[in-house]
Design a protein. Sequence first.
Length: 395
Amino acid sequence: MTHHSTELKTQLVSLGRDPKRDQGSVNPPVHRTSTVIFPDYATFKAYEEGRSDHIGYGRNGSPTTQGLEHALATLEGADHAIITASGLAAITTTMLALTKASDHVLIPDSVYSSARLFFLHELPRMGVEVQFYDPTLGDGIAALMKPNTRIVYAESPGSLTFEMQDLPALSKVAHAHSALLVADNTWATPLLMRSFALGVDVSIHSCTKYIAGHSDLVMGAILCKDAQFKTLKRAHRNLGAVSNGDNAYLALRGLRTIAVRLKQHQEHALEVAQWLQTVPEVARVLYPALPTDPGHALWKRDMSGATALFGVEITPSSDAQLAAFMDGLEHFGIGFSWGGYESLIISYDPSTMRSATPQWQQQKRTILRLHIGLEAPADLIADLDAAFARWRAAH
């Protein structure tokens, strides 16, 4: 599949298509299968011996999932992509593939909360030493490296407190110590941050979010260069955390419109975030796209745009106040995940999930995490304005 344009927006229209295979279909069809028939014994034998890229069995993918893998790898500048059952499965598969007993890994304290539980409870059982670090460390992470450090993990920005990380600096340190840099790029998507150009070795995505874009599937992806592919693919097959043709079809369809969706999401998010900065009860808005954010310079350097997930720290709140705030919302749903067309909200106290950043762990705080959808910003602002009025009344 040749793409003559270097413009990602143009490539999005046709990436993952194979007109010859699919008889000219604009949308690659869904392939639903478990058993795949081999054309002859020689092909079967080559597959059994690992000498053929013939699919062989439905768990190992389909033309639909392969189309999505090709599209994602091309967008982000990877050599390969591997589709997984969820974003968390992309994380766990990568870490289990690339570590062994007695290895040491460094994990940012701002990491996705479900991934944090894996790093706390599962990876140590495999004999891997897990150490959390302050995500604002750049090349200062060199002081934490050990002879057995295998992976430096990053998430830029963090999905709860939104610290930007200096990926080129982390990459330089990791590579100087013969370690790999693995980074979760779900927030920026392959469209807004080409992580391999910044020194990342493996890029992780929850396709559930902006890639699919319609809150109707759960899926992940591992993107990598040639050097890591065989190891990651082996673990992926052995662990069995695979997705299916239906989800791949939906994700490919979502990918076609990601450029226009993200443009709208960013425009709406900036308008709402700027309004929130004027609210007396708002201590700060945690959004790298704002010039006042500590990570703004890194965001501007590394990314070509922003998505619509950010945090809002408000003055200390009781459960009664938070209930008053959230229960009356009309346009914001109380729900996990993000990246769809709808606006969402959750609340949390970061001190319950931090261990290496004193500024977060030593004081209880109330953070509202907002995902700004495609609704009119004026309606979202009015909704939040009324919510703050209820919050004050419940004080």
